[in-house]
Write a protein that binds this ligand. Structure first.
Ligand code: HEC
Length: 122
């Protein structure tokens, strides 16, 4: 028979495990190290460049006929005004004609490519 205090211990153990798991789920944000930036660049070339262009101005061949146009990632004022979390969410879920990357890219990869596109406005 489980005593009430044994039950409490068990429950707090479960709660602890749940907390740990949710922390891990959010701990996938990677830092913009040179290695991660170069991985981000490779991801950009493969998944983003056709719309956003080689230099991020939004002139990629697949972006020309889109409405609205692909975001100009070199726009310093706009980019500085957007938080990482906001941009990450739109890369994850998609926005307008931009597809979602939730399934195509793993979470750390989405952070890598976000860090890379930030270099266009630096
Ligand atoms: C099919 C073309 C297309 C592809 C591929 C694409 N984008 Fe976009 N992207 C767009 C368009 C169009 C918008 C503007 C959407 C709008 O304003 O409603 C946009 C907007 C954005 C924005 C601004 C979001 C905001 O908060 O306003 C970012 C950042 C971005 N794209 C990054 C990326 C990255 C990183 C990739 C590759 C992983 C990518 N895009 C791939 C077309 C594309």
């Amino acid at each position: 028979m489980t005593t009430p205090s044994g039950l409490r211990t068990m429950l707090s153990g479960l709660l602890g495990a749940a907390l740990l798991l949710s922390t891990l789920a959010f701990a996938q944000k990677v830092e913009p190290t040179p290695e991660n930036l170069s991985k981000g660049q490779a991801i950009y070339k493969k998944h983003c460049q056709m719309c956003h262009g080689v230099n991020g101005v939004g002139d990629g061949p697949a972006g020309k006929r889109l409405n609205p146009k692909p975001y100009n990632l070199t726009d310093k004022e706009k980019m500085a005004g957007e938080t990482d979390e906001h941009l990450f969410k739109n890369i994850t879920k998609g926005k307008g004609p931009m597809p979602a990357f939730q399934r195509k890219l793993k979470e750390p990869e989405r952070w890598m490519v976000l860090h890379y596109v930030r270099t266009f406005s630096k």
